[in-house]
Design a binder for this molecule. Structure first.
Ligand code: COA
Length: 210
């Protein structure tokens, strides 16, 4: 068994708390939370906020888990951490099932009950939320988020920073561009261009009443 890692969690809100509990469940040590929006000393779970980004100044090469749900913010923080010489912690729940032929990028979090099947490629800083499924040979790009219960069929592709909503699905061979939001419960059956918000079954661009 590998020795416990000492990991900072960036983000002390709800998602950060889940990430911290996953780390503890995996036998790692949570050093504390980093949060740019909360005062140092704010109690969080069984730990506390140590400060904002500057709190890592005296910990060169710190191992940091990304506990931020918003995809663009998570990407920005990850880039800043890497530029400062820190490392991104990959966090895999003990109950996540990851194929030995799949690849998982640094800073990605796979929560309880996740399944990643053969030869899937999951990028950096991705959130595979509770119970989501990435089928064989899928590609999930950096800083995407699969919400709880989301399912990707075989060889589906999900773009950078794209958010797949609660219980939404992308059929096999489906493709979703960058910076897309797929609404909760939607089913993607046709390619979705970058930048769109789509909802429904089959998923179509959202229409808002004016
Ligand atoms: C798709 C989504 C982003 C739209 O949010 P929004 O831009 O604020 O849109 P609104 O709530 O103003 O809704 C606009 C219209 O779309 C409909 N709509 C919203 N979300 C929908 C969805 N998931 N499926 C079908 N219709 C939806 C609304 O009913 C509304 O229709 P109406 O004007 O006829 O009443 C959001 O509803 C959603 O599903 N987000 C995903 C949430 C999620 O999975 N979070 C996971 C956290 S871990």
């Amino acid at each position: 068994m590998s020795p416990p890692r000492k990991v900072y969690v960036y983000g002390a809100q709800g998602h950060g708390k889940v990430v911290a509990e996953l780390l503890t469940a995996a036998g790692d040590e949570v050093v504390g939370f980093i949060d740019d929006g909360l005062p140092a000393g704010t109690p969080t779970l069984h730990s506390q906020v140590l400060g904002g980004f500057a709190a890592l100044r005296d910990s060169p090469g710190a191992l940091v888990a990304l506990g931020i749900g918003a995809n663009q913010v998570r990407e920005r923080i990850a880039i800043r951490l890497l530029e400062a010489g820190h490392q991104l912690a990959t966090v895999l729940a003990p109950s996540a099932i990851i194929s030995p032929s799949a690849s998982i990028g640094a800073g990605t979090v796979a929560m309880a009950g996740v399944v990643v099947n053969a030869e899937a490629r999951v990028g950096r800083g991705v959130i595979l939320n509770t119970g989501s499924i990435v089928e064989h040979e899928c590609v999930v790009s950096d800083f995407a988020h699969l919400s709880p219960g989301a399912v990707l069929g075989g060889q589906a592709r999900v773009g950078r920073r794209t958010h797949i909503g609660l219980n939404a699905s992308v059929i096999h061979l489906g493709s979703v561009g960058d910076d897309v939001t797929v609404g909760a419960g939607a089913c993607v059956v046709r390619p979705i261009d970058s930048g769109q918000t789509v909802v429904g079954v089959p998923a179509r661009p959202i229409v808002k009443r004016t």
